[in-house]
Design a protein around this ligand. Structure first.
Ligand SMILES: NC(=O)C1=CN([C@@H]2O[C@H](COP(=O)(O)OP(=O)(O)OC[C@H]3O[C@@H](n4cnc5c(N)ncnc54)[C@H](OP(=O)(O)O)[C@@H]3O)[C@@H](O)[C@H]2O)C=CC1
Ligand SMILES: C[C@H]1O[C@H](OP(=O)(O)OP(=O)(O)OC[C@H]2O[C@@H](n3cnc4c(=O)[nH]c(N)nc43)[C@H](O)[C@@H]2O)[C@@H](O)[C@@H](O)C1=O
Length: 326
C-alpha cells in the first residue's frame, strides 16, 4: 500500500486550543456522530456546525457544495454514512455502495475546495480482507478478497481512504482516516433486522423478558469472533486523532478484546436479565470468522480505550430503557 510519505509534509494543526473553531460534525444524530458531539461539548467547544439528514442530504452534490461555500467550517468530522449489520449489508448492496460513495465524495471534495483545514473520515474494520492476519495490521488493506456480506460497503470505505490519501498527496491537504471496530452505545440502531448484533440482541432479549418468552433466536453458529468498542471511547480517539495525527495511512481503532458471538449473547442476556434459552439459527450468515484489529500504531501515539464491555453493556441497556420506546 505504499509508505506513509506525507508524514512531515503536512504539519499537525492544533485542534484542541481554539474552542471557538467552527467544527462540522456530519451524522450528528447517529451512534458515532452523537458521541463526538457529546465529547466536543464536554471539552468546551462552542461553535459546532450540525445538519440533520432532512436539512442537508449529503448525497446531493449541489447542496453540499452550497453548504460548504456558505458555512466554511475549519474542521470536518464525517460520521454520516449508510450503516447497518450483516443482514442490511447483504440485502441492500446498491444503497451501501452508492450512498456511501456519494456522501464521502461530496463531503471530502467540498471540504477541500472550501478551505477546511482538516477532515477526519471514518471507515470500518470490514475494509480488511476476510482472511487477514490477526490481529489485523493497517497494511493488510487490499492484500486479498473481502468478506462477501459487506464488500459493497467495504469498497466504498476503501475508496474514502484512498480519496483522503490522494488529496493529501496531490494538494497537501490534511485528510485523515480512522477505522473503528464494531461499535455500540447510546443512540445505536436497535432495528430488529437491519442493526448490528449487539443492539439487535439487546432488543430481542429485552422484548423476550417483557413477554416472558422461553427462548430467543440468535443468528448464525455463534462461533465468529468480534471486537467491540464503546462509542464514547471511539469519540475520544477521534478527538485525539484530530489533535495528534496527520498521516497518509488509515489508523485502526479498537478495544483489543474479542469475544465470540455466543459469549456476547450470554453477556447481553445477563445484562438484560432474560432467563430463557438461546436458539441458534444456522441458516443466517456468520460473516467474517474473526476481525480483531492491531491497534499498536494508535497505542504508540498515546491513545488507549477505557470502557470495558461489561460496563459498556450496562450503560447501553440503561440508555435503551430510558430512550427507546418499549
Ligand atoms: N456502528 C458501527 O459499529 C460502526 C460504524 N462505523 C462508521 O462510523 C460512521 C458512523 O456510523 P454510525 O454512527 O454507526 O451510523 P448511524 O446509522 O448511527 O448514523 C449515521 C448518520 O448518518 C446520517 N446520514 C445517513 N445518510 C445521510 C445523508 N444522505 N445525508 C445526511 N446524513 C445522512 C444519518 O442520518 P439519518 O439517520 O437521518 O439518515 C445518521 O445520523 C460511519 O462512517 C460508519 O461506517 C465504523 C465501524 C463500526
Ligand atoms: C461493523 C461491521 O458490521 C457488519 O459486520 P458484522 O460484524 O458481521 O456485523 P453484525 O453485527 O451484523 O453481525 C456480527 C455477527 O453476529 C451474528 N448475529 C447473531 N445474531 C444477530 C442479530 O440478531 N443481528 C445481527 N446483525 N447479527 C447477529 C451475525 O450472524 C454475525 O456473525 C458489517 O455489515 C460491516 O458493515 C461493519 O462494518
Amino acid at each position: 500500500m505504499g509508505e506513509d510519505t506525507s508524514d512531515g509534509k503536512i504539519p499537525l494543526c492544533p485542534f484542541l486550543t481554539d474552542k471557538t473553531a467552527k467544527i462540522c460534525v456530519l451524522g450528528h444524530r447517529g451512534l458515532v456522530g452523537s458521541a463526538i458531539v457529546r465529547k466536543l461539548q464536554h471539552l468546551g467547544f462552542t461553535n459546532l456546525l450540525l445538519r440533520t439528514h432532512s436539512e442537508l442530504d449529503l448525497t446531493r452534490q449541489n447542496d453540499v457544495e452550497t453548504f460548504f461555500e456558505a458555512k466554511k467550517p475549519r474542521f470536518v468530522i464525517l460520521a454520516a454514512a449508510k450503516v447497518g449489520g450483516i443482514h442490511a449489508n447483504s440485502t441492500y448492496p446498491a444503497d451501501f455502495i452508492a450512498v456511501n460513495l456519494q456522501i464521502q465524495t461530496n463531503v471530502i471534495d467540498s471540504s477541500y475546495r472550501h478551505g477546511v483545514q482538516k477532515l477526519l473520515f471514518l471507515g470500518s474494520s470490514c475494509i480488511y480482507p476476510k482472511f487477514a492476519p490477526q490481529p489485523i495490521p493497517e497494511d493488510a488493506l487490499l492484500t486479498s478478497p473481502l468478506e462477501p456480506t459487506n464488500e459493497w460497503y467495504a469498497v466504498a470505505k476503501i475508496a474514502g481512504i484512498k480519496m483522503c490519501q490522494a488529496y493529501r498527496i496531490q494538494y497537501g491537504w490534511d485528510a485523515i482516516s480512522a477505522m473503528p471496530t464494531n461499535l455500540y452505545g447510546p443512540n445505536d440502531n436497535f432495528h430488529p433486522e437491519n442493526s448490528h448484533v449487539l443492539p439487535a440482541l439487546m432488543r430481542r432479549f429485552h422484548e423476550a423478558k417483557v413477554k416472558k418468552a422461553k427462548e430467543v433466536v440468535v443468528w448464525g453458529t455463534g462461533s465468529p469472533l468480534r471486537e467491540f468498542l464503546h462509542v464514547d471511547d471511539l469519540a475520544d480517539a477521534v478527538i485525539f486523532l484530530m489533535e495528534s495525527y496527520s498521516g497518509l495511512g488509515q489508523l485502526n481503532v479498537g478495544s483489543g478484546k474479542e469475544v465470540s458471538i455466543k459469549e456476547l449473547a450470554e453477556l447481553v442476556k445477563e445484562v438484560v436479565g432474560f432467563e430463557g434459552e438461546l436458539v441458534w439459527d444456522a441458516s443466517k450468515p456468520d460473516g467474517t470468522p474473526r476481525k480483531l484489529m492491531d491497534c499498536s500504531k494508535l497505542a504508540e501515539l498515546g491513545w488507549s480505550p477505557k470502557i470495558s464491555l461489561k460496563d459498556g453493556l450496562a450503560d447501553t441497556y440503561k440508555w435503551y430503557l430510558e430512550n427507546v420506546k418499549q
